[in-house]
Design a protein. Structure first.
Length: 180
């Protein structure tokens, strides 16, 4: 499946702003937050790498590396920023393929208070192939504020994804990247 993707931008005065959690929590009741996910892969081995989340949403799940896109931020640069923040890998935007998928999640929980009202999140997913040394580095430097750094990155093939009971979105994107 081919996804057409282009960005059309004009100069703006948008400045990324971080709001206090309480204010941000109120804002996302009215607005969607847009996120990027990065699917770490080894194409020749047909393997994807996931990390176990330690925060909402998706707390306790094996998940992609990723997060919020700032206002006015290029999506690929947002993906590269999250990879750097969450794994310490400083990679050029040319390494990211995609987006390869567009997902829309409605989670029952969120990180911001009140956590139990959920969140609505459209997500652009990118593909990033890493070599063994990069996987080792990313795994050993995983951001413990968002992921279980004691587990690091875990390699999955399709059978392992199903056995682990990962979210259907991950199985679907695996099947898209590695068709049978």
């Amino acid at each position: 499946m081919l996804i057409s993707y282009r960005e059309y931008t004009e100069p703006t005065k948008l400045v990324p702003t971080h709001l206090p959690d309480e204010v941000y929590g109120q804002c996302i009741l009215a607005f969607q937050k847009v996120c990027v996910d990065v699917l770490l892969v080894n194409i020749s081995r047909r393997v994807i790498y996931l990390a176990r989340r330690v925060i909402e949403p998706a707390k306790g799940w094996w998940w992609f590396i990723g997060g919020r896109v700032n206002a006015g931020e290029d999506y690929v640069l947002a993906a590269a920023r999250h990879i750097k923040t969450d794994t310490s890998l400083d990679l050029s935007k040319e390494r990211f393929v995609g987006p390869v998928a567009f997902h829309h999640y409605t989670f029952s929980t969120r990180q911001e208070e009140p956590q139990d009202i959920g969140c609505d999140t459209p997500v652009l997913a990118f593909l990033l192939e890493l070599d063994d040394a990069e996987i080792d580095m990313a795994s050993s430097r995983l951001n413990s504020d968002e992921y279980d750094s004691t587990l690091g990155l875990r390699a999955f093939m399709r059978k392992g994804l199903v056995a682990e009971g990962v979210h259907q979105a991950i199985v679907d994107i695996y099947d898209q990247i590695f068709p049978v």
